[in-house]
Unconditional design. Structure first.
Length: 164
């Protein structure tokens, strides 16, 4: 089984990541604007989904954001963004960040608080191509399959399966 690390040592403290309400509130600052294809207008995206997508790309900046949000339940005792970034940099220099990506993705996708939200994301991705036709539909289906394979490659677990 793929190792999943959900704790981060900063100085003498060990912090455990949690997907909580405060995670989502902190993640709001990391939301990216997205183009609404129907209206052609930009709209504010979702911070949790933005972080999840960055983790899927194994982006270390997304990992720092994940830990910033994931430790927000410590409130006043939460580590600073700079301390988290430094800890992640040190881990990257000394070993491998992969177990941290595994832990982060599993916590969001398979954990309690955001599990339903991300199941909906998987469902929407899966269903999004049903309205398409021809080559567009095939491209979208290939993209979804690649995304599922990527999740499984990173975490060792299959993503949420959409029932037909």
């Amino acid at each position: 089984m793929t190792e999943a690390i959900k704790e981060l040592r900063i100085n003498e403290n060990v912090y455990k990541a949690k997907g909580t309400y405060l995670f989502g509130k902190t993640a709001e600052k990391y939301a990216k604007n997205e183009l609404n294809e129907e209206t052609g207008k930009e709209q504010k995206g979702d911070g949790v989904t933005s972080i999840f997508m960055g983790l899927m790309q194994q982006d270390p900046d997304a990992l720092v954001k994940f830990w910033h949000c994931g430790t927000s339940h410590y409130k006043k005792e939460a580590p600073s963004l700079e301390d988290i970034a430094e800890a992640i940099e040190d881990i990257a220099d000394e070993s491998d960040l992969h177990p941290y990506f595994v832990g982060a993705l599993r916590l969001l996708n398979e954990g309690g608080y955001y599990k339903g939200k991300l199941q909906t994301l998987w469902f929407m991705m899966h269903r999004s191509y049903s309205k398409l036709k021809g080559e567009e539909k095939d491209k979208q289906k290939d993209s979804i399959e690649m995304f599922k394979e990527l999740y499984e490659e990173i975490t060792g677990n299959p993503p949420y399966e959409v029932k037909a």
